[in-house]
Ligand binder design. Structure first.
Ligand SMILES: Cc1ncc(COP(=O)(O)O)c(C=O)c1O
Length: 457
Protein backbone atom coordinates (compact mmCIF):
# COMPACT_ATOMS: atom_id res chain seq x y z
CA UNK A 1 0.00 0.00 0.00
CA UNK A 2 1.24 3.50 -0.81
CA UNK A 3 1.41 5.28 2.56
CA UNK A 4 0.73 8.67 0.95
CA UNK A 5 -2.70 9.54 -0.43
CA UNK A 6 -2.81 9.93 -4.19
CA UNK A 7 -2.95 13.58 -5.26
CA UNK A 8 -4.98 12.57 -8.34
CA UNK A 9 -7.49 9.90 -7.35
CA UNK A 10 -9.66 9.16 -4.38
CA UNK A 11 -7.45 6.98 -2.21
CA UNK A 12 -9.75 4.11 -1.33
CA UNK A 13 -7.38 2.63 1.24
CA UNK A 14 -7.11 5.90 3.11
CA UNK A 15 -10.86 6.28 2.86
CA UNK A 16 -11.46 2.92 4.48
CA UNK A 17 -8.65 3.38 7.05
CA UNK A 18 -10.16 6.67 8.18
CA UNK A 19 -13.62 5.10 8.21
CA UNK A 20 -12.54 2.15 10.35
CA UNK A 21 -10.37 4.24 12.69
CA UNK A 22 -13.23 6.74 13.19
CA UNK A 23 -15.68 3.94 13.82
CA UNK A 24 -13.32 2.40 16.42
CA UNK A 25 -12.97 5.80 18.08
CA UNK A 26 -16.75 6.22 18.22
CA UNK A 27 -17.02 2.73 19.80
CA UNK A 28 -14.33 3.65 22.30
CA UNK A 29 -16.19 6.83 23.26
CA UNK A 30 -19.48 4.95 23.50
CA UNK A 31 -17.89 2.36 25.79
CA UNK A 32 -16.35 4.95 28.13
CA UNK A 33 -19.30 5.08 30.51
CA UNK A 34 -19.09 1.31 31.09
CA UNK A 35 -15.41 1.46 31.98
CA UNK A 36 -13.75 3.71 34.57
CA UNK A 37 -11.80 6.92 33.98
CA UNK A 38 -8.57 4.91 34.36
CA UNK A 39 -7.90 1.52 32.75
CA UNK A 40 -7.20 -1.33 35.22
CA UNK A 41 -4.12 -2.25 33.19
CA UNK A 42 -2.87 -1.86 29.65
CA UNK A 43 -0.75 -3.55 27.05
CA UNK A 44 1.58 -1.58 24.81
CA UNK A 45 1.80 -2.52 21.14
CA UNK A 46 5.17 -3.21 19.52
CA UNK A 47 6.97 0.13 19.51
CA UNK A 48 9.87 -0.02 17.03
CA UNK A 49 9.05 -0.10 13.32
CA UNK A 50 9.66 -3.53 11.74
CA UNK A 51 11.83 -4.02 8.68
CA UNK A 52 8.70 -3.95 6.56
CA UNK A 53 5.73 -1.75 7.33
CA UNK A 54 2.66 -3.45 8.79
CA UNK A 55 -0.78 -3.63 7.17
CA UNK A 56 -3.70 -1.35 7.99
CA UNK A 57 -5.37 -4.25 9.81
CA UNK A 58 -2.37 -4.57 12.12
CA UNK A 59 -2.21 -0.79 12.56
CA UNK A 60 -5.84 -0.70 13.65
CA UNK A 61 -5.31 -3.58 16.11
CA UNK A 62 -2.28 -1.86 17.62
CA UNK A 63 -4.14 1.41 17.83
CA UNK A 64 -6.90 -0.38 19.71
CA UNK A 65 -4.40 -1.54 22.35
CA UNK A 66 -3.42 2.09 23.00
CA UNK A 67 -7.04 3.16 23.08
CA UNK A 68 -7.86 0.42 25.59
CA UNK A 69 -5.15 1.74 27.88
CA UNK A 70 -6.08 5.42 27.56
CA UNK A 71 -7.53 7.74 30.19
CA UNK A 72 -11.24 8.29 29.50
CA UNK A 73 -12.21 11.94 29.96
CA UNK A 74 -15.80 11.18 28.84
CA UNK A 75 -16.50 8.96 31.86
CA UNK A 76 -18.88 10.86 34.17
CA UNK A 77 -16.53 10.16 37.10
CA UNK A 78 -13.51 11.75 35.38
CA UNK A 79 -13.22 14.73 37.72
CA UNK A 80 -9.56 14.82 38.67
CA UNK A 81 -8.10 17.45 36.40
CA UNK A 82 -8.83 20.18 33.91
CA UNK A 83 -9.27 17.70 31.08
CA UNK A 84 -12.86 17.53 29.85
CA UNK A 85 -14.10 15.31 27.01
CA UNK A 86 -13.60 16.75 23.52
CA UNK A 87 -16.39 18.38 21.54
CA UNK A 88 -17.29 16.26 18.53
CA UNK A 89 -16.51 19.10 16.09
CA UNK A 90 -13.16 19.58 17.77
CA UNK A 91 -12.25 15.94 17.09
CA UNK A 92 -13.05 16.51 13.44
CA UNK A 93 -11.03 19.75 13.48
CA UNK A 94 -8.00 17.85 14.77
CA UNK A 95 -8.35 15.19 12.10
CA UNK A 96 -8.66 17.71 9.29
CA UNK A 97 -5.76 19.69 10.72
CA UNK A 98 -3.55 16.60 10.49
CA UNK A 99 -4.75 15.87 6.96
CA UNK A 100 -4.05 19.42 5.78
CA UNK A 101 -0.68 19.41 7.55
CA UNK A 102 -0.33 23.18 7.15
CA UNK A 103 2.31 25.05 9.08
CA UNK A 104 1.53 28.17 11.09
CA UNK A 105 5.14 29.21 10.79
CA UNK A 106 4.43 31.20 7.65
CA UNK A 107 1.48 32.57 5.74
CA UNK A 108 2.54 30.75 2.56
CA UNK A 109 2.38 27.42 4.39
CA UNK A 110 -1.09 28.04 5.83
CA UNK A 111 -2.87 30.85 3.93
CA UNK A 112 -6.42 30.39 5.23
CA UNK A 113 -5.37 28.99 8.60
CA UNK A 114 -2.91 31.79 9.46
CA UNK A 115 -5.69 34.28 8.74
CA UNK A 116 -8.13 32.20 10.79
CA UNK A 117 -5.79 32.28 13.79
CA UNK A 118 -5.40 36.05 13.59
CA UNK A 119 -9.14 36.62 13.30
CA UNK A 120 -9.98 34.16 16.05
CA UNK A 121 -7.44 35.68 18.45
CA UNK A 122 -8.93 39.08 17.70
CA UNK A 123 -12.41 37.74 18.45
CA UNK A 124 -11.20 36.49 21.86
CA UNK A 125 -9.50 39.84 22.52
CA UNK A 126 -12.70 41.73 21.71
CA UNK A 127 -14.80 39.45 23.90
CA UNK A 128 -12.46 40.04 26.83
CA UNK A 129 -12.20 43.78 26.16
CA UNK A 130 -8.53 44.07 25.26
CA UNK A 131 -9.04 47.04 22.92
CA UNK A 132 -8.42 48.09 19.35
CA UNK A 133 -4.71 47.29 19.09
CA UNK A 134 -5.08 43.80 20.48
CA UNK A 135 -4.22 40.46 18.93
CA UNK A 136 -2.77 37.12 19.90
CA UNK A 137 -1.08 33.90 19.03
CA UNK A 138 -1.88 30.25 19.69
CA UNK A 139 0.53 28.19 21.77
CA UNK A 140 0.82 24.55 22.70
CA UNK A 141 -0.41 24.89 26.26
CA UNK A 142 -0.73 27.46 29.02
CA UNK A 143 2.83 27.00 30.28
CA UNK A 144 4.13 28.21 26.94
CA UNK A 145 1.67 31.13 26.83
CA UNK A 146 2.81 32.19 30.32
CA UNK A 147 6.46 31.91 29.36
CA UNK A 148 5.96 34.02 26.24
CA UNK A 149 4.06 36.63 28.25
CA UNK A 150 6.88 36.96 30.77
CA UNK A 151 9.57 37.13 28.08
CA UNK A 152 7.53 39.84 26.35
CA UNK A 153 6.89 41.83 29.54
CA UNK A 154 10.58 41.77 30.43
CA UNK A 155 11.53 42.78 26.92
CA UNK A 156 9.06 45.67 26.79
CA UNK A 157 10.32 46.87 30.18
CA UNK A 158 13.85 46.91 28.71
CA UNK A 159 15.03 44.51 31.42
CA UNK A 160 15.87 41.51 29.23
CA UNK A 161 19.54 41.57 30.21
CA UNK A 162 18.99 42.35 33.89
CA UNK A 163 19.31 39.14 35.94
CA UNK A 164 18.04 40.92 39.04
CA UNK A 165 14.68 41.90 37.50
CA UNK A 166 11.66 40.39 39.27
CA UNK A 167 7.94 39.93 38.86
CA UNK A 168 5.15 39.55 41.39
CA UNK A 169 2.65 36.70 41.63
CA UNK A 170 0.59 35.20 44.42
CA UNK A 171 1.63 32.27 46.60
CA UNK A 172 -0.91 30.20 44.68
CA UNK A 173 0.40 30.99 41.18
CA UNK A 174 0.93 28.09 38.79
CA UNK A 175 4.20 26.14 38.67
CA UNK A 176 4.65 27.11 35.02
CA UNK A 177 5.95 30.46 36.29
CA UNK A 178 8.78 28.67 38.12
CA UNK A 179 9.61 26.85 34.93
CA UNK A 180 9.54 30.13 33.01
CA UNK A 181 12.12 31.78 35.27
CA UNK A 182 14.48 28.82 34.77
CA UNK A 183 14.18 29.17 31.01
CA UNK A 184 14.60 32.95 31.22
CA UNK A 185 17.86 32.59 33.14
CA UNK A 186 16.41 34.07 36.31
CA UNK A 187 16.56 32.76 39.86
CA UNK A 188 13.51 31.37 41.66
CA UNK A 189 13.67 34.45 43.92
CA UNK A 190 12.80 36.47 40.84
CA UNK A 191 9.23 35.48 41.57
CA UNK A 192 8.21 37.79 44.40
CA UNK A 193 5.50 35.76 46.02
CA UNK A 194 2.64 37.73 47.49
CA UNK A 195 0.55 36.09 50.25
CA UNK A 196 -3.08 35.27 49.55
CA UNK A 197 -6.10 35.97 51.73
CA UNK A 198 -8.30 33.27 53.26
CA UNK A 199 -10.07 32.87 49.91
CA UNK A 200 -6.85 32.18 48.03
CA UNK A 201 -6.75 35.60 46.35
CA UNK A 202 -3.63 37.74 46.09
CA UNK A 203 -3.49 40.24 48.94
CA UNK A 204 -3.33 43.63 47.25
CA UNK A 205 -1.96 45.59 50.19
CA UNK A 206 0.90 43.09 50.53
CA UNK A 207 1.59 43.54 46.80
CA UNK A 208 1.70 47.28 47.22
CA UNK A 209 3.97 47.26 50.29
CA UNK A 210 6.45 44.70 48.89
CA UNK A 211 6.60 46.59 45.63
CA UNK A 212 7.35 49.87 47.42
CA UNK A 213 10.08 48.17 49.43
CA UNK A 214 11.60 46.69 46.28
CA UNK A 215 11.69 50.04 44.51
CA UNK A 216 13.07 51.86 47.56
CA UNK A 217 15.92 49.34 47.59
CA UNK A 218 16.66 49.99 43.92
CA UNK A 219 15.03 46.78 42.61
CA UNK A 220 13.38 46.47 39.20
CA UNK A 221 10.12 44.80 38.38
CA UNK A 222 8.85 43.87 34.92
CA UNK A 223 5.41 42.40 35.61
CA UNK A 224 2.65 41.46 37.99
CA UNK A 225 1.00 38.13 37.25
CA UNK A 226 -2.58 37.85 38.47
CA UNK A 227 -4.17 34.41 38.41
CA UNK A 228 -7.76 34.13 37.23
CA UNK A 229 -8.55 30.65 38.47
CA UNK A 230 -5.91 29.10 40.72
CA UNK A 231 -5.08 25.46 40.14
CA UNK A 232 -6.26 23.91 43.39
CA UNK A 233 -9.30 26.00 44.35
CA UNK A 234 -10.13 28.21 41.35
CA UNK A 235 -9.65 31.51 43.20
CA UNK A 236 -9.57 34.70 41.15
CA UNK A 237 -7.12 37.41 42.18
CA UNK A 238 -8.67 40.91 42.56
CA UNK A 239 -8.20 41.89 38.91
CA UNK A 240 -9.65 45.37 39.16
CA UNK A 241 -7.44 46.45 42.07
CA UNK A 242 -4.34 44.81 40.62
CA UNK A 243 -4.96 46.49 37.30
CA UNK A 244 -5.30 49.93 38.95
CA UNK A 245 -2.09 49.28 40.84
CA UNK A 246 -0.24 48.26 37.66
CA UNK A 247 -1.53 51.28 35.76
CA UNK A 248 -0.43 53.61 38.52
CA UNK A 249 3.02 52.06 38.79
CA UNK A 250 3.27 51.50 35.01
CA UNK A 251 3.90 47.77 35.34
CA UNK A 252 2.91 45.12 32.84
CA UNK A 253 -0.08 43.10 34.03
CA UNK A 254 -0.26 39.52 32.84
CA UNK A 255 -3.38 37.56 33.76
CA UNK A 256 -2.84 33.82 33.91
CA UNK A 257 -6.39 32.95 32.93
CA UNK A 258 -5.53 29.40 31.83
CA UNK A 259 -8.44 28.20 33.97
CA UNK A 260 -10.73 31.17 34.53
CA UNK A 261 -10.18 33.39 31.49
CA UNK A 262 -12.68 31.37 29.48
CA UNK A 263 -15.51 32.50 31.81
CA UNK A 264 -15.09 35.94 30.25
CA UNK A 265 -16.77 34.57 27.10
CA UNK A 266 -20.18 33.84 28.60
CA UNK A 267 -22.96 36.31 29.28
CA UNK A 268 -23.71 34.96 32.74
CA UNK A 269 -20.19 34.47 33.97
CA UNK A 270 -18.11 37.29 32.52
CA UNK A 271 -18.43 39.40 35.67
CA UNK A 272 -16.36 36.76 37.48
CA UNK A 273 -13.33 37.99 35.55
CA UNK A 274 -14.40 41.61 35.41
CA UNK A 275 -11.56 43.91 34.33
CA UNK A 276 -9.60 41.10 32.69
CA UNK A 277 -9.56 43.33 29.60
CA UNK A 278 -7.39 45.88 31.36
CA UNK A 279 -4.46 43.45 31.32
CA UNK A 280 -1.50 43.79 28.98
CA UNK A 281 -1.55 40.07 28.28
CA UNK A 282 -3.78 37.11 29.06
CA UNK A 283 -3.25 33.36 28.92
CA UNK A 284 -6.45 31.52 28.11
CA UNK A 285 -6.80 27.74 27.67
CA UNK A 286 -9.94 26.61 25.85
CA UNK A 287 -8.68 23.03 26.27
CA UNK A 288 -9.33 23.15 30.01
CA UNK A 289 -13.09 23.56 30.04
CA UNK A 290 -14.68 24.15 26.65
CA UNK A 291 -13.83 20.72 25.28
CA UNK A 292 -11.40 21.83 22.62
CA UNK A 293 -9.09 18.90 21.89
CA UNK A 294 -5.62 19.36 23.36
CA UNK A 295 -3.64 21.42 23.02
CA UNK A 296 -5.46 24.72 22.82
CA UNK A 297 -4.09 27.81 24.49
CA UNK A 298 -3.89 31.42 23.38
CA UNK A 299 -1.70 34.28 24.45
CA UNK A 300 -3.71 37.47 23.96
CA UNK A 301 -2.13 40.92 24.14
CA UNK A 302 -3.53 44.43 24.35
CA UNK A 303 -0.95 45.68 21.86
CA UNK A 304 -0.17 43.01 19.30
CA UNK A 305 2.97 44.79 18.10
CA UNK A 306 4.58 43.76 21.43
CA UNK A 307 4.50 40.15 20.24
CA UNK A 308 6.42 40.90 17.08
CA UNK A 309 8.81 43.36 18.69
CA UNK A 310 9.72 40.62 21.19
CA UNK A 311 9.81 37.53 19.01
CA UNK A 312 10.38 38.61 15.44
CA UNK A 313 13.79 37.73 14.04
CA UNK A 314 12.87 37.93 10.37
CA UNK A 315 12.08 34.78 8.41
CA UNK A 316 14.58 35.01 5.58
CA UNK A 317 13.34 31.76 4.01
CA UNK A 318 9.66 32.80 3.70
CA UNK A 319 8.06 35.32 1.37
CA UNK A 320 7.67 38.67 3.12
CA UNK A 321 4.11 39.70 3.92
CA UNK A 322 2.59 42.91 2.71
CA UNK A 323 0.63 45.07 5.16
CA UNK A 324 0.85 44.85 8.93
CA UNK A 325 0.34 41.13 9.35
CA UNK A 326 3.20 38.99 10.58
CA UNK A 327 3.98 35.35 9.93
CA UNK A 328 2.81 33.11 12.79
CA UNK A 329 6.41 32.11 13.52
CA UNK A 330 7.28 35.75 14.17
CA UNK A 331 4.79 36.13 16.99
CA UNK A 332 6.00 33.66 19.57
CA UNK A 333 8.60 31.11 20.61
CA UNK A 334 7.42 28.30 18.36
CA UNK A 335 8.48 28.07 14.73
CA UNK A 336 6.70 25.22 13.02
CA UNK A 337 3.37 24.54 14.67
CA UNK A 338 0.07 23.01 13.73
CA UNK A 339 -3.11 24.97 13.07
CA UNK A 340 -4.54 24.53 16.57
CA UNK A 341 -7.04 27.29 15.92
CA UNK A 342 -8.88 25.04 13.50
CA UNK A 343 -10.32 22.77 16.19
CA UNK A 344 -10.94 25.80 18.41
CA UNK A 345 -12.79 27.67 15.69
CA UNK A 346 -14.93 24.69 14.67
CA UNK A 347 -15.69 23.83 18.30
CA UNK A 348 -16.88 27.36 19.03
CA UNK A 349 -18.97 27.38 15.85
CA UNK A 350 -20.58 24.10 16.90
CA UNK A 351 -21.43 25.43 20.36
CA UNK A 352 -22.60 28.91 19.43
CA UNK A 353 -22.87 31.50 22.19
CA UNK A 354 -25.67 29.51 23.84
CA UNK A 355 -23.57 26.39 23.98
CA UNK A 356 -20.61 28.29 25.41
CA UNK A 357 -22.81 29.91 28.07
CA UNK A 358 -24.26 26.54 29.02
CA UNK A 359 -20.94 24.74 29.43
CA UNK A 360 -19.54 27.50 31.62
CA UNK A 361 -22.62 27.99 33.75
CA UNK A 362 -23.29 24.27 34.19
CA UNK A 363 -19.74 23.72 35.41
CA UNK A 364 -20.33 26.21 38.23
CA UNK A 365 -23.73 24.70 39.03
CA UNK A 366 -22.14 21.27 39.43
CA UNK A 367 -19.49 22.66 41.76
CA UNK A 368 -22.11 24.46 43.86
CA UNK A 369 -24.24 21.32 44.01
CA UNK A 370 -21.38 19.08 45.13
CA UNK A 371 -20.26 21.69 47.65
CA UNK A 372 -23.77 21.81 49.12
CA UNK A 373 -23.66 18.05 49.75
CA UNK A 374 -20.36 17.94 51.63
CA UNK A 375 -20.65 17.44 55.40
CA UNK A 376 -18.98 20.55 56.82
CA UNK A 377 -18.78 19.01 60.29
CA UNK A 378 -16.20 16.64 58.77
CA UNK A 379 -14.51 18.60 55.99
CA UNK A 380 -12.96 21.93 55.24
CA UNK A 381 -13.92 22.83 51.68
CA UNK A 382 -11.90 25.38 49.72
CA UNK A 383 -13.18 26.75 46.46
CA UNK A 384 -13.51 29.98 44.53
CA UNK A 385 -16.35 31.05 42.24
CA UNK A 386 -15.42 28.62 39.42
CA UNK A 387 -15.84 24.87 38.92
CA UNK A 388 -13.14 23.53 41.23
CA UNK A 389 -13.27 22.53 44.86
CA UNK A 390 -10.87 20.81 47.21
CA UNK A 391 -11.53 19.31 50.61
CA UNK A 392 -9.66 17.89 53.56
CA UNK A 393 -10.83 16.42 56.89
CA UNK A 394 -11.19 19.04 59.61
CA UNK A 395 -10.09 16.96 62.56
CA UNK A 396 -7.04 15.25 61.06
CA UNK A 397 -3.44 16.36 61.34
CA UNK A 398 -1.47 16.54 58.11
CA UNK A 399 -0.18 12.97 58.28
CA UNK A 400 -3.69 11.62 58.93
CA UNK A 401 -4.99 13.79 56.10
CA UNK A 402 -2.34 12.30 53.80
CA UNK A 403 -3.39 8.72 54.68
CA UNK A 404 -7.05 9.66 54.28
CA UNK A 405 -6.42 11.18 50.85
CA UNK A 406 -4.64 8.06 49.54
CA UNK A 407 -7.26 5.69 50.96
CA UNK A 408 -10.21 7.76 49.80
CA UNK A 409 -8.86 8.35 46.32
CA UNK A 410 -8.48 4.57 45.91
CA UNK A 411 -11.91 3.94 47.34
CA UNK A 412 -13.44 6.45 44.93
CA UNK A 413 -11.57 4.89 42.00
CA UNK A 414 -13.23 1.56 42.84
CA UNK A 415 -16.56 3.33 42.39
CA UNK A 416 -15.28 4.91 39.15
CA UNK A 417 -14.76 8.42 40.43
CA UNK A 418 -11.35 9.92 39.84
CA UNK A 419 -10.35 12.91 41.97
CA UNK A 420 -6.85 14.33 42.26
CA UNK A 421 -4.80 14.65 45.42
CA UNK A 422 -3.04 18.02 45.49
CA UNK A 423 -0.74 19.14 48.27
CA UNK A 424 -1.87 22.61 49.34
CA UNK A 425 -0.38 24.57 52.23
CA UNK A 426 1.46 21.51 53.58
CA UNK A 427 -1.61 19.33 53.59
CA UNK A 428 -3.22 16.86 51.20
CA UNK A 429 -6.63 17.58 49.76
CA UNK A 430 -8.90 15.77 47.35
CA UNK A 431 -9.82 17.97 44.44
CA UNK A 432 -12.80 17.74 42.12
CA UNK A 433 -12.97 19.62 38.83
CA UNK A 434 -16.60 19.84 37.76
CA UNK A 435 -16.02 20.60 34.09
CA UNK A 436 -17.23 17.27 32.75
CA UNK A 437 -20.62 17.77 31.03
CA UNK A 438 -21.38 14.04 31.36
CA UNK A 439 -21.43 14.25 35.17
CA UNK A 440 -25.03 14.41 36.37
CA UNK A 441 -26.39 15.48 39.75
CA UNK A 442 -27.13 11.79 40.59
CA UNK A 443 -23.43 11.03 40.10
CA UNK A 444 -22.59 13.86 42.49
CA UNK A 445 -25.08 12.53 45.08
CA UNK A 446 -23.24 9.21 45.03
CA UNK A 447 -19.81 10.88 45.07
CA UNK A 448 -20.76 13.05 48.07
CA UNK A 449 -22.10 10.03 49.98
CA UNK A 450 -18.79 8.22 49.43
CA UNK A 451 -16.76 11.26 50.52
CA UNK A 452 -18.89 11.93 53.59
CA UNK A 453 -18.74 8.22 54.48
CA UNK A 454 -14.93 8.20 54.26
CA UNK A 455 -14.82 9.60 57.80
CA UNK A 456 -16.66 7.61 60.38
CA UNK A 457 -17.98 9.63 63.31
C1 LIG B 1 -3.48 28.47 36.50
C2 LIG B 1 -2.74 27.67 35.49
N1 LIG B 1 -1.91 28.29 34.65
C3 LIG B 1 -1.20 27.63 33.71
C4 LIG B 1 -1.33 26.27 33.58
C5 LIG B 1 -0.50 25.55 32.56
O1 LIG B 1 -1.26 25.08 31.51
P1 LIG B 1 -0.76 23.86 30.59
O2 LIG B 1 -0.92 22.61 31.40
O3 LIG B 1 -1.70 23.93 29.42
O4 LIG B 1 0.66 24.11 30.20
C6 LIG B 1 -2.18 25.57 34.44
C7 LIG B 1 -2.36 24.11 34.33
O5 LIG B 1 -3.15 23.50 34.99
C8 LIG B 1 -2.91 26.29 35.42
O6 LIG B 1 -3.71 25.67 36.29
Amino acid sequence: MDPFASPHNLDRQLHSLLGEASSNLCDWLADSGFQGPMPDSFELPEVAPREEGVSNTVLLKELQLLMNGAYRPSHPGALAHLDPPPLSASIVGELICAGLNNNLLAQELSPSLSSLERELCKWFCDKLGLGDLSGGVAASGGSLSNLMALVMARNIAGLESDPSAVFFASDDCHVSLSKAVRIMGLRQESIKRVPTDEKGKLNISCLSSTYKKLISEGGRCFAVVATAGTTVRGAIDPLSEISKFCQKEKIWLHVDGAIGGIYGLARNTSELVECIGSADSITINPQKLLGIAKTSSLLLVANKSHLSSTFSTGLPYAEPLTGNDMHGGELGIQGTRSAESLKLWIGLRQLGQEGIDKILLDSIKRRCYLESLIDLTKFKVISGPLHLLALTPINYNSSQASNWSIKTRNLLLKSKFMLSRPMYRDRYYLKAVLGNPNTKFEDLNFLASLINGSIID
